[in-house]
Design a protein around this ligand. Sequence first.
Ligand SMILES: [Zn+2]
Length: 216
Amino acid sequence: MAPEERSLQSEAESLCATALWCYARGWVPATSGNFSARAGERILITPSGLDKGTLQPADLLEVDDEGSVVAGSGRPSAEIALHLLLYRARPQADAILHVHSVWNTLISRYYAAQGHVPLEGYEILKGLSGVTTHAYLERVPVLENTQDYAILSAQLADALAQNPAAHGVLLSRHGLYTWGQSVAEARRHLEALEFLFEVEMRRLFSQEANMPDFLP
Ligand SMILES: [Zn+2]
């Protein structure tokens, strides 16, 4: 379905189903995480502080491209600035998913000093759009976390400009942002990246534990 044919209602249902799916995996604990979908000039986004395990389409806020609420009650997540920036920097993106999983929290900390997480040689990289072979290096930028959203926005804008092929961005000890041309595509990117984060961290743990026969 072309993006312009997707209605706000169907995107709302898709977003809520995805939020429940993330909650069931433990990726949005304690009301964390936020999700949005864009249809034309309107954006649907999760309100601040809502339990993602009970999210319903009626809970979503409708905002314009400046972030002003045009429908719904409550206030948008504090991280709405990052969603708006991402939509501007990635015009093809019509959905953004942000989760706080155990594995993305660990791997973003591990690679914070390096500034990006390298993911290379895995078959599931083909779950990322445009990637057609396992022989591919995905670099996921890692930004330093801060509660100052002006600083975070500047860091994110820089990372997106420097990494045009990236499918996601990590905030150190915080979480992952990923996006797609639809909620379904963003969800596939999320599932592929979280799978890869877990594989990489388990590989690093095995090295730390001196299990040389386990993995090279
Ligand atoms: Zn967050």
